[in-house]
Design a binder for this molecule. Structure first.
Ligand code: GDD
Ligand code: MN
Length: 362
């Protein structure tokens, strides 16, 4: 029976696969372990590399996801694919120190002097932990994000942003249906999704420089982090994506008026032509913004960008009809302000639901 399943999310980590498996073998001697790589169809052929390794070592498995991206969701699928009672999550790039895994497992099970924990976190910020080769600026950013996260979710951890942690299967099962799944910070998501605070413990380690390949952390990660925090705060009432979608909608109104003013007031074009152009520009800008922010994880590129734009135009066309229809209906009874607000709400609701189902279906 397997005691420990190590979930390894990968995207373009081919050169690190063999070395990680070798190191896990060294670190986990005496423990019955398996490693589940969850690869999002990396163009560098990581999945093929994992399968080749699995031929030589039956403790290695590969879950390959097609047409999807996302670190947290990849890890969730990995956890769901195993029956192990204890699950660890570790990056493939050897930045996390696999040699503390046995200590994490021991801490989870409890010792003569320490009670068992539900979640054990590899921490950069407890005494004995650290950051190898980080400049002051990057460390400040990381500490700021950590403080922000701790303000939103009371975790009792010094490093709630860690991507290196271990948990009991029962703990994961309690949270799995409430997870946002957005972005990178599965641990934070998990802690915020549990019905009662888990018993947590931290084990220090030094975050090493990446061994090969490059980090996937870009501006999008910061964005996804905010999305996760919003979702954890307000998600019970309003999905974070709807909030973002509405914010983009408001920006579209500003774009519309800017273009309209330019064409009608400044360039003295006919009103209908100005209005039609302004509508088209605003719709296009809404599409582009939603595509790069609201649905960053399902972003359309190349030819698919244009196809997405056409569906967006078509759907928002109906949205306008719904908006005007509802507002017209309420105008007599409720007055213009309420009628306009209701029209906008129904239009936005339709646009959100329909573009989510068609333009950015995942
Ligand atoms: N399946 C999948 N899909 N894996 C991904 C994706 C994705 O979309 N994006 C990244 N990964 C994998 C990488 O291949 C790597 O194994 C791991 O997730 C972490 O990605 P990095 O790009 O190396 O992230 P980082 O080093 O900047 O940040 C990591 O360490 C921090 C400190 O512990 C992450 O684990 C952060 O969550 C963590 O805070
Ligand atoms: Mn990394």
């Amino acid at each position: 029976m397997i005691e420990l399943s190590v979930i390894v999310p990968t995207y373009n980590e081919r050169p690190n696969v063999g070395e990680l498996i070798r190191r896990l073998g060294v670190a986990l001697q005496g423990i019955r372990w398996e490693a589940v790589f969850v690869d999002d169809d990396s163009p560098d052929g990581t999945a093929a590399e994992v399968r080749a390794a699995a031929q030589a070592d039956p403790r290695v498995r590969c879950v390959q996801r097609l047409g999807r991206r996302g670190l947290s969701r990849a890890v969730v699928e990995g956890v769901l694919s195993t029956a192990a009672p204890v699950i660890a999550v570790i990056d493939a790039d050897l930045q996390h120190d696999e040699s503390i895994l046995p200590a994490m497992l021991a801490r989870l099970r409890g010792t003569a002097t320490e009670a068992p924990a539900d979640v054990v976190v590899g921490s950069r910020y407890v005494a004995g932990g650290g950051l190898d080769g980080w400049d002051a600026q990057r460390e400040r950013m990381s500490r700021f994000a950590t403080a922000l996260a701790n303000r939103m979710v009371a975790t009792g951890l010094s490093d709630p942003m860690s991507g290196f942690f271990m948990m009991k299967r029962e703990t994961f099962d309690l949270a799995v249906r409430r997870l946002s799944g957005e972005g990178y910070k599965l641990l934070l998501d998990l802690l915020a999704s549990l019905p009662t605070p888990p018993r947590v413990a931290e084990i220090p380690y030094t975050f090493r420089p990446r061994r090969a390949g490059e980090s996937k952390l870009d501006s999008a990660v910061l964005w996804e982090f905010s999305l996760l925090l919003i979702d954890k705060k307000f998600g019970r009432w309003i999905p974070a994506r709807f909030l973002l979608f509405s914010m983009v909608g408001i920006s579209g109104v500003a774009v519309h008026f800017a273009v309209l003013t330019l064409l009608y007031q400044v360039a003295h074009l006919a009103f209908t032509a100005s209005q039609a152009t302004a509508t088209l520009v605003a719709m296009t800008s809404n599409y582009a913004l939603n595509n790069s922010f609201t649905y960053r994880d399902q972003r359309h590129r190349g030819l698919s960008w244009w196809r997405g734009l056409l569906t967006f135009y078509a759907i928002c066309g109906f949205g306008v009809i719904a908006n005007v229809g509802v507002a017209g209906f309420l105008f007599e009874r409720q007055g213009w302000a309420l009628a306009a607000a209701a029209g906008a709400l129904v239009g936005t609701g339709w646009n959100y639901a329909a573009t989510r189902a068609v333009t950015w279906r995942s």
